[in-house]
Design a protein around this ligand. Structure first.
Ligand SMILES: Cc1cc2nc3c(=O)[nH]c(=O)nc-3n(C[C@H](O)[C@H](O)[C@H](O)COP(=O)(O)O)c2cc1C
Ligand SMILES: C=C(O[C@@H]1CC(C(=O)O)=C[C@@H](OP(=O)(O)O)[C@H]1O)C(=O)O
Length: 387
């Protein structure tokens, strides 16, 4: 079973993750992971913190000579900003640093609910872990999954579909590589250049007004074999697992598979993908309203998922809140924040989808080494062509 845990605070010394269950023999390098970490740091609309950090992974165990060994893998990413926060982080909100104790919860963040739940008088003890800084560790972990998927011919492509009121238009004839290239050439990971320009304007406007923006990103998985996930139990359904993984990202408030919410407004004849057969292709579809999943099982078509991100909660434009000590009303003031982080969230989305798909591949095919699982996948692909 593939599993992981992350640990670390936003302004603590490091983020750490421990991965267990990865096959041996997977070629992996720090530079391959760092490429994804750099993508996550990018995106027009991010705040001052990203100018300080330069995320780099270190493998502290489980990787030797550029290959996984099958042992638990420890990954570590340093927080450069720690140098500026070590005193505040060490103080625990005591004596001389009382002015840095956080008692003013931000609407939309974990501050108030977290402080009450964990009985904390310093909201820093909540916000440090609630922060999406943690997603750097999740991207590092998910990139191991992405590497495994690549070995099995599965490609993950993510791109931004919407920022605020601006929606990108996609062309049906864009193949995986073209989509990936267009997205990666954009500052917003948006394959539609004219929408990208309008999105940037909207971000500038929000910044000027002290406001923030959310949006929608979309992830495609190409080359996924038929048969991942299962119809037999709710928690084995592939769509349920992907939705859970995406909803686990900070600020994600909605997930769609395939046509998603649009399907609810259409008649069945315009939603369901008719089934065809040819000796060359086997069973195939001409449409993909299902987003590659039927009955919780991958059906061999590309997997298509979308996630909606709410606007960033920390606003320069003050929102009303109440001090948890004095109970007095105040209008929040902010030192630093992202205005929009949808492209970053998209990279996190690619990582969690990669991880979940790698996990279900391992569950279906098993194996302890890369050679073993690849052999089994090959057998399965031959077998399903003969059905
Ligand atoms: C990549 C990324 C960057 C984020 N940056 C910020 C930020 O700068 N300021 C902020 O208040 N929230 C930011 N958020 C959102 C908060 O982390 C999130 O809203 C908060 O943890 C509460 O969780 P919830 O929105 O899931 O309820 C970011 C989220 C992501 C995914
Ligand atoms: C640090 C990251 O994102 C942070 C996520 C975040 C939040 O509240 O979620 C708040 C901000 O942190 P800070 O208050 O230190 O500027 C973002 O910069 C990152 O993505 O690596």
């Amino acid at each position: 079973m593939l599993r992981f845990l992350t640990a670390g605070e936003s302004h603590g010394p490091v983020l750490t993750a421990i991965v267990e269950g990865m096959v041996s023999g997977l070629p992996i390098s720090a530079s391959y992971v760092n490429e994804q970490l750099a993508r996550r740091q990018g995106g027009y609309g991010r705040g001052g913190r990203m100018k300080i950090e330069k995320d780099q992974v270190q493998f502290l165990s489980g990787v030797r000579g550029g290959f996984t060994t099958g042992s638990p893998i420890t990954l570590q990413i340093s927080n450069r900003d720690w140098a500026n926060w070590s005193e505040i982080m060490a103080s625990g909100g005591e004596a001389k640093l009382t002015e840095r104790v956080v008692t003013r919860p931000r609407p939309g963040h974990a501050d108030l609910a977290g402080a009450i739940k964990y009985n904390q008088r310093d909201i820093r003890n909540i916000l440090e872990r609630a922060s999406a800084r943690e997603t750097a560790a999740r991207v590092a972990v998910g990139t191991l999954g992405r590497r495994l998927l690549e070995e099995m011919g599965i490609t993950i492509v993510g791109f931004v579909r919407r920022i605020g009121s601006v929606e990108a238009a996609l062309k049906d004839n864009w193949q995986a590589n073209e989509l990936k290239e267009k997205a990666n050439n954009s500052q917003l990971l948006c394959p539609d250049a004219s929408a990208e320009a309008a999105m940037m304007k909207e971000i500038d406007r929000a910044r000027e007004q002290g406001d923030s923006l959310g949006g929608v990103f979309e992830i495609h998985a190409y080359g996924v074999p038929i048969g991942l996930g299962s119809h037999v139990h709710w928690d084995r359904k592939l769509d349920s697992r992907l939705a859970g993984a995406l909803m686990g990202i900070q600020a994600i408030k909605g997930v769609e598979i395939g046509l998603g919410f649009t399907a609810a407004a259409l008649p069945g004849s315009q939603v369901h993908d008719e089934i065809f057969y040819s000796p060359d292709l086997g069973f195939y579809r001409r449409t993909n309203g299902a987003g590659g999943i039927e009955g919780g099982i991958s059906n061999g078509e590309p997997i298509v998922v979308r996630a909606a991100m709410k606007p960033i909660p920390t606003l320069y434009k003050p929102l009303l809140s109440v001090d948890i000590n004095s109970k007095e009303a105040f209008a929040a003031s902010v030192e630093r924040s992202d205005v929009c982080a949808v492209p970053a969230a998209c990279v996190v989305g690619e990582a969690v989808v990669s991880w979940e798909l790698a996990a279900v591949m391992l569950e279906k095919f098993g194996g302890d080494s890369l050679e073993e699982i690849k052999e089994r996948v090959k057998q399965w692909q031959l077998r399903i062509r003969q059905v």
